[in-house]
Unconditional design. Sequence first.
Length: 760
Amino acid sequence: MKFTDGYWGMRPGVQALHPAEAYDVEPGDTGFTVYAPTRHIARRGDTLNRPLVTTRFSSPMPGVISVRLTHHAGGLRRPPHFELPGTGSPDVDVRVDDGAAELTSGDLTVRVRRGDSWRVDFLAGERVLTSSGSTGMGFMTTADGSHYALERLDLNPGDTVYGLGERFGPFVKNGQSVDIWNNDGGTASEQAYKNVPFYLTNAGYGIFVNHPGLVSFEVASEIVSRTQFSVEDQELEYFVIYGPTPKDILRRYTALTGRPAPVPAWSHGLWLSTSFTTDYDEATVSSFVDGMAERDIPLSVFHFDCFWMREFHWCDFEWDPRTFPDPQGMIDRLKDRGVRICLWINPYIAQRSHLFEEGKAKGYLVRRPDGSVWQWDNWQAGMALVDFTNPAARDWYASHLRRLLDMGVDTFKTDFGERIPTDVIWEDGSDPHRMHNYYTHLYNQTVFELLREHRGADEAVVFARSATAGGQRFPVHWGGDCDSTFASMAESLRGGLSLAMSGFGYWSHDIGGFENTPDPAVFKRWCAFGLLSSHSRLHGSGSYRVPWVFDDEATDVLRAFTKLKMRLMPYLAATARDVGEHGTPMMRPMVLEFPEDRATTHVELQYMLGDRLLVAPVMSAAGQVSYYVPDGTWTSLLDGSTVQGPRWFTQTHGFDSLPLLVRPDTVLPIGAVDDRPDYDYADGVTLWLYELSDGHDSELTIPDSTGTAQTVFSITRRGSTVTIRAAHFGNAPKPWQAGVAGTGTVVEAPAGSTELTLNL
């Protein structure tokens, strides 16, 4: 939200209050509080009729500093509040003297200048990361009497801003106005399904605004040398999170707000959907599953979209008896073919659903202030909304899902969760504006926790569309309703990379696009992109997404990239462990992996899959693609050719190809199985060596698909000799082999051997 009229003036009716000086400082063991009048105090009388900005500085964890500025403190702090599992009481150093007040937590220091000028600096050592100056923090009152708390933090030349959730516009947020407000707006506008009030910079720090409602960001937009954020409230809390690298910032941010839970290995396989409004019954479903098997395309999950239930009944969680007269038998038959089952759900209860009257009578549905059930006709006629702030309503909703799990359903697509009204009351007294974004957190948490309870911690996974801060704890998330064009393919990728910079470790998208029917060229190019994402799903709106409805080559392309992903599972499984342990996403923007390379700052149409594979999706029918390669000799995983960075390349690729490059100095594990994602990854694994440098010394951990056992390989190069040693934990030694990329030579480890030597 903008308050100024140019740099000098204010918009009509806007009044501003900013701290003028740190008049008094109250130190404590865990931080300090600054009392700052909004004009300089020269005499006692100046303390009268004068607003005071009260600012508390503290630390929830090492390397993170909390700033809470308050105008009037007498308001009710109504829920919801973000869950912050990483908060604690770290050791801090507090120093207050006549010149400044300082708080140091880990390597991060906040320094508040004392005297007759107001300034707050955030420092790493003596290097100033960012500052809040004389017109930085403060309060704004608009012409209609609305009151806002805001902060403006300096941006230095060359500073770039990333994150703020899943945003489909330019990857770098400088110059943008961003409202943190969940909307069902597709992927082609400034609206987003997943809004997160967190951004990170290439300057060594990130900012998390601890407010679940509407937070308005002006990123080098209202004032081009500052990032501004504001909330309509009497107080504002934000956290400054030190890196110094982008990965370090994400590590600390996800430690504070929660790390993604582990996902089951089978979820990395190919998902196939009925699509949305297409006609289907068991015969259709069986023909799709059989067709994939007949064409040798590995299929892991089959998803039933909305019309598994009767029209006008969403959601009653009952199979449509006209099209699925024997749902239990059908599920059993699909499971016998090795296919997992996913069902579409949402948190809305249509008036025709038999659950509506029950939910109304028991108080499980969101109400208007007059006590009536909130309803509208958008989406489903007379639909109401489950009140997930009510524990009994959560149990009620989960009980209907439990019936489906008992039938053999494995997971749910938790769709919607963005259309949350603000003219309502909640069971727990939540503020409706704060609940608008947070609702999706309760919704996905309810479903995810049920899956953990019913299936076990290692088997729980959802396919969610909406989220906010902390929602990364309940993976997986997909990009929403994109069009079936190359332009939409690009906007989807930008959204995924932006979400990755917001703490979300897993992400997917509708292969081929959701709206309309893709041209065969779009579908085939999107297949390569989709199978080189953390999760891969074929889904559409009014048309099917099985490859043979496009052309024969589409079947070949989908088969090739699905099998490639299956063989990459030893590498992907190891990468997934890094998500849970460190908060580093599987799909990584180039600047996240190469922050020291300034050429990566604005790169937004390629990414790193893990830390070893560079992926540049082809977004043209003719196959032309331009991409950037950092320093070193990079090798194509598909054909063995090499390119030398740092530089940009423009190439032309067939539908069966794209730039998929292995980083130099890499040991890449390739599995022996290409027809499923869940197998013993160490059994028959091949370790391919790519441009290993003399003196190379690394360790590679390959978990099994259940995470209960692992094999650790130690790799060293001394001169022209490479030595590989294997250690097995929780499993018996398995056959393995190693090869040097580019030579095609593979050397098998002798049976039972734990050591192998190769000469380069």
